[in-house]
Design a protein around this ligand. Structure first.
Ligand code: ZN
Ligand code: ZN
Length: 125
């Protein structure tokens, strides 16, 4: 007997639109569909380096709200795109980004938890 919760982490179809730059579309076994922009995924890269960076940025902006607003200004940084992507076994995808970063492995469990659709964001907030 499968545990129902597992359906939420199991993709029934995964489409990674590398050449068009359209992002990643996942249909889940429970019928839910998610769309992820590559820039969004780059921001939420789960690798240790990016986790550290995010933790630092968060503690800085908590300490000083002015820091947050100053860093909210657009930087001269092109929007990251994907250069290539591949499946990692049955449980994850790995994406190489145009800024040279490729250590992020996005497990389907992680992807489902960061689904940006209104339904999921409402529940996660
Ligand atoms: Zn990373
Ligand atoms: Zn969702």
């Amino acid at each position: 007997m499968p545990i129902p919760a597992d359906l939420r982490r199991k993709p029934s179809s995964v489409k990674i639109h590398v050449s068009s730059g359209a992002g990643v579309d996942i249909s889940w076994a429970d019928g839910h569909r998610s769309h992820f922009d590559f820039a969004y995924l780059r921001d939420l890269c789960p690798c240790a380096t990016c986790n550290d960076l995010r933790a630092k940025t968060e503690s800085l902006s908590e300490a000083s709200p002015a820091f947050r607003s100053s860093t909210a200004l657009p930087m001269f940084k092109p929007k990251p795109r994907a250069q290539s992507a591949q499946a990692v076994g049955q449980y994850a995808i790995q994406i190489s980004f145009s800024d040279g970063h490729s250590t992020g492995i996005y497990s389907y469990e992680h992807l489902r938890s960061i689904c940006p659709c209104p339904e999921c964001s409402a529940r996660g907030a």
